[in-house]
Design a protein around this ligand. Sequence first.
Ligand SMILES: [Zn+2]
Length: 160
Amino acid sequence: MLLLGHIGLTTLASSLLYLSIIGGVIGVLLPDIIDKGLFVLGYAPCGKFIAHSIFFFPVAGAVSYIITRNKKFAVAVALGAFLHLLQDIHNDVPFLYPLKDYAFFETCDAVKISFSPYVIATEAIGGVLLIFIGVFHKQFESIRNAVWSRLKKIGIVRKW
Ligand SMILES: [Zn+2]
């Protein structure tokens, strides 16, 4: 998934959960910024490395909390970093690195962008979500609030 897909889907998830959208966007961008940065500097074999493992998102959340002392911001950063892994799942993701070594580290092309139907579809969905949430944010918030209060009424969720 590329930029629009990552940002759009994470903006949706963060705002549905009443978390910081900025935190979610920072979190979803971190794995690529860190790993592609490490690759460019020669410290990673691939554009998907340590920040694309499942051990990264709790660390990202904890560091965000230490820096900001803001729980909802830190949870949003962790959520964004976690969602990044799910959003990259169409390709190789080193989920268990460094516990497990990955063969694709030897062959991967770190900055190759392929415009597969998945990538094109998720970019389009991400863009539409951003436009919808940005332009119609009042309507979006009232739909979100109505869905949450309905879920609370029927007892599926407790107060957030
Ligand atoms: Zn990625």
